[in-house]
Design a protein around this ligand. Structure first.
Ligand code: C2E
Ligand code: MG
Ligand code: MG
Length: 712
């Protein structure tokens, strides 16, 4: 639209005045000067044809270094300076009929500072439209430009930062998304183009929308957690903080969203681990107690029964010790899986600790139901499993406590099921037992015994007795068997039959076995230094100890520390040890053999008595079990068995030892059958170290003549 300025004739002072209010003080010239001074812009008037300055205010005159006086009569080009003139020259030359011409220019100030200007030329025409002159306005935009540039720079920096950070950033005005970074696109699954112009609240699940709208409305700037609804429908947990943009109105906000999926997962994991066992993922004891409480409450409401199955794996410690913890862990996971698969989804399967699991069967109508499930559990656990190429079989001992018969409370039921489990262990393992009232006392007794035994181990309350083994053909000393006794605080000396199996079941055999080995080696070394006993001492090794991977290394260390030569140590093993775990057993036997220690098979005849292993294994002695010797010579059957064993030993070049020979007749029989060695009350009772020393001294003095006479 064309705008034409009708300027008053300055020289004639012909300003329009209100007819009714003329004043003597009214001086248009003065008013013009006032206006010229007051205007924030440079203003000047140039003659139409010559473009020479007729009038200028100080701002315009100074624009290119002149004064109000000096610019009069100068051309527009001179007054404006090169850059400003260039900005308007073209349109002025080509389209003089244009009543409004404007241009921008960068023209340094007279003292050299950067300056941005906006130049406007307005045509001054008379009533007929012919051009009289040009009104020139120069507006210095430097300040505004600097401010704009600062904002622009700051936005650029923000944009660069937004692109560089992994956190999603968005800008919105009154909830309408204006801009966002790449991370926002990754977080939401939408492209920026899809999001710009839409409501930011649409990115949120419905439940968060009201509170977040409110937060934005009053300009909240604290951190809070919410979620983003991803394009494909899933929710991404986020931490959000919003800020009102500086120097912008409060509706313009920048929002930073941090994906906290990992943190949430860690929190969930932590919460899970509070209630579950990390290895098997089953509920832990704490969780079990809560679940059991709930199950019992339900059983009470529905008038049904429930069963607590307390499961302990038999000999699990052996597997753990011999095959390593990682195999043990795998085994536990496999057992956990089987337990879970054996029962219904509604039933509870938990791991208490170590090899102890609990199953809670709900909605039962009889004890028989519980028995059936317990039998299924036994079958499931007993299935062999191959780990690290080693086939393994484990069995469980299960104690069962019934609700409401055996207890109304979770803790009581669990305790009673535990007592029943001990009863199952005592009944030969791999079976299940229902709780009976007298078992609770026994469970306490078991705990007490364990406590006492542990104390005995720390205090070293054990002694060794030594039972001599004699050459049957001449009565000379062939060796000793070291037999452990527990110095019980209340009961005096307690024999190994009462605590070795128990120690095995409580995982206490290792320290006891190690003590026996050290003590036997030490004692023999003492006797040797006294010129007595240049014969081996035999030490019994339990099946559990034998299966430990480093048994040979252990023995080597004890020998080395005691200084005893290996030929003075015999290791007694039972047949069953060799039958189970055949390949590993063979390796351990060879390792022992390589050390130079002797190997005896104890209680021979009671186990598998397989000829094949006798041939394969590096064995030195067969100890004929006392049960075969006991009834000889009266029992012809036993005589036949003993005869067969002795002959077999001879053909395999093994020494035979008759255990438990008590009577002169038995001694004579064994002699006549060609048995090499004898051990038993008929030859000598086991004696403590002092008695054994005296016994050897006595024999050294030649007091064994009586024996040769008796047997010979
Ligand atoms: P074993 O190795 O067969 O030991 C022989 C057992 O028979 C000993 O019983 C011994 O006192 C007993 N005995 C010897 N001669 C006669 C006899 O003429 N008549 C009768 N009735 N018994 C006789 P003890 O000391 O009670 O040991 C029992 C078992 O405990 C041992 O049987 C052995 O298997 C185990 N044991 C003993 N000491 C240790 C040990 O240090 N470590 C381990 N793991 N087991 C041990
Ligand atoms: Mg023995
Ligand atoms: Mg024996």
């Amino acid at each position: 639209m064309t705008q034409t300025l009708y300027m008053p004739d300055i020289s004639e002072t012909a300003l329009a005045t209100d007819a009714g209010h003329s004043s003597a003080a009214w001086d248009p010239q003065e008013l013009l000067q006032l206006l010229a001074k007051a205007l924030p812009e440079g203003v000047g008037y140039f003659e139409a044809h010559t473009l020479r300055c007729l009038w200028a205010n100080a701002l315009l005159a100074n624009y290119n270094g002149g004064t109000v006086q000096s610019v009069l009569g100068k051309t527009m080009a001179q007054v404006l300076g090169d850059s400003a003139w260039s900005a308007v020259r073209e349109p002025l030359a080509h389209q003089p009929q244009h009543s409004l011409i404007s241009g921008q220019c960068d023209q340094p100030s007279p003292c050299g500072n950067l300056r941005k200007s906006h130049i406007q030329l307005r045509a001054h025409c008379d009533a007929t439209g012919s051009l009289l002159g040009w009104l020139v306005l120069v507006h210095d935009r430097t300040g505004q430009w600097l401010a704009e540039r600062a904002v622009q720079d700051s936005e650029d920096r923000l944009r660069k930062f937004a692109a560089a950070t992994g956190e999603a950033i968005l800008f919105h005005r009154s909830g309408v998304l204006m801009d966002g970074n790449v991370a926002l696109q990754n977080l939401t699954g939408y492209t920026l183009a899809q999001m710009v112009g839409t409501s930011v609240y649409d990115l949120l699940p419905q439940r968060f929308q009201p509170s977040i709208r409110e937060y934005a409305r009053y300009g909240g700037e604290y951190l809070y957690e919410a979620a983003i609804r991803h394009k494909d429908g899933h929710e991404v947990p986020v931490e959000i903080v919003g800020k009102t943009m500086p120097e912008q109105d409060a509706s313009y906000r920048i929002v930073v969203l941090r994906d906290i999926t990992q943190r949430k997962k860690a929190q969930q994991r932590e919460a899970f681990l509070q209630l579950h066992d990390a290895l098997t993922q089953l509920p832990n004891r704490r969780h079990l107690m809560d679940l059991l409480d709930t199950a019992l409450a339900q059983a009470q409401r529905e008038r049904t029964q429930a069963a607590v199955l307390y499961i302990d794996l038999d000999h699990f410690k052996t597997v753990n010790d011999s095959l390593g913890h990682s195999t043990g862990d795998q085994l536990l996971c496999e057992i956990a899986r089987r337990l879970r698969a054996t029962v219904r989804d509604e039933d509870i399967v938990a791991r208490l600790n170590g090899d102890k699991f609990v199953i809670v069967l709900t909605q039962l109508h009889s004890r028989e139901n519980a028995a059936v499930v317990a039998d299924k559990v036994i079958l499931a656990v007993c299935q062999s499993v191959t780990l690290d190429n080693t086939p393994l079989t484990l069995s469980p001992s299960i104690g069962i406590g019934m609700y409401p018969d055996d207890g109304l409370e979770a803790l009581e039921l669990l305790r009673n099921a535990d007592a029943a489990m001990y009863h199952a262990k005592d009944s030969g393992r791999a079976n299940r037992q229902f709780y009976a009232p007298d078992m609770a006392g026994r469970a306490t007794e078991v705990l007490r015994k364990e406590r006492l035994l542990r104390a005995a181990i720390t205090q070293g309350d054990f002694v060794l007795h030594y039972q001599p083994q004699l050459h049957l053909h001449d009565g000379s000393l062939a060796g000793f068997e070291a037999l452990v006794r527990w110095q019980h605080p209340e009961r005096g000396l307690v024999g190994p039959d009462e605590f070795i199996t128990f120690a095995e079941s409580r995982g206490l055999i290792t320290p006891i076995g190690r003590w026996v080995l050290q003590e036997a080696c030490r004692q023999l070394k003492v006797w040797q230094s006294q010129g007595l006993a240049f014969v081996p001492v035999a030490v019994n090794l339990s099946a559990l100890e034998f299966r430990q991977r480093d048994v040979a290394a252990d023995i080597a260390e004890v020998l080395q520390k005691s200084g005893l030569e290996p030929q003075y140590l015999d290791i007694e093993l039972t047949e069953s040890v060799l039958m189970h775990n055949a390949s590993q057993g063979l390796a351990t036997l060879h390792a022992l053999k390589a050390l130079g220690v002797g190997i005896s098979i104890d209680d021979f005849g009671t186990g598998y008595s397989s000829l094949s292993y006798l041939k394969r294994y590096p064995i030195d002695k067969l100890k004929i079990d006392r049960s075969f010797v006991m009834d000889t010579p009266g029992s012809s059957e036993d005589v036949a068995i003993v005869t067969a064993i002795i002959q077999m030993g001879r053909s395999l070049q093994l020494l035979t030892v008759a255990e438990g020979v008590e009577t002169p007749e038995q001694i004579a029989l064994m002699q006549s059958l060609g048995c090499d060695l004898g051990q038993g009350h008929g030859l000598s009772l086991p004696m403590d170290a002092t008695q054994t020393t005296a016994w050897m001294r006595m024999r050294q003095r030649g007091e064994q003549a009586a024996w040769i006479g008796a047997a010979g």
